[in-house]
Design a protein around this ligand. Sequence first.
Ligand code: DAT
Ligand code: MG
Length: 140
Amino acid sequence: MAIERTLSIIKPDATRRNLTGKIAAKFEDAGLRIVASKRIHLSPAQAGKFYEVHKDRPFYGELVEFMASEPVVVQVLEGENAIAKNREVMGATNPANADEGTIRKEFALSMGENSVHGSDAADTAKEEIAFFFSGLELVG
Ligand code: DAT
Ligand code: MG
């Protein structure tokens, strides 16, 4: 199995409720190492660019507004099969469908306010990490 890196975001609904530590602990407990981490407040333009892939979806405006509403914590997670493992720990996009023990099952408020983002494939992980972090900030 390959050692991978993936981009995680702890979203505004979670930072607002002081859940950053509890969520980060779930990643670490699953064997993922946090090799970069910062708390930032995205502008609407930055949030819109990050989620550009969804720009034609009906929920795009709401998603961008939410992601820019309050600070987020962006992190790079590293480990064996990190991309799939992170998605597993996150749970399904809609918390109503998320498995027991997943972050979204435990913490998400709704389909939109679902506490975490995680890259969905190797190519998007690479792009999303580069969107937020320079090579110097990745301290594996
Ligand atoms: P994921 O975050 O699980 O990768 P996604 O990439 O399909 O899901 O969508 C990105 C985010 O957009 C998702 O975390 C929450 C929001 N979203 C997706 N589908 C939605 C919907 N039908 N209604 C409202 N928000 C939605
Ligand atoms: Mg996605």
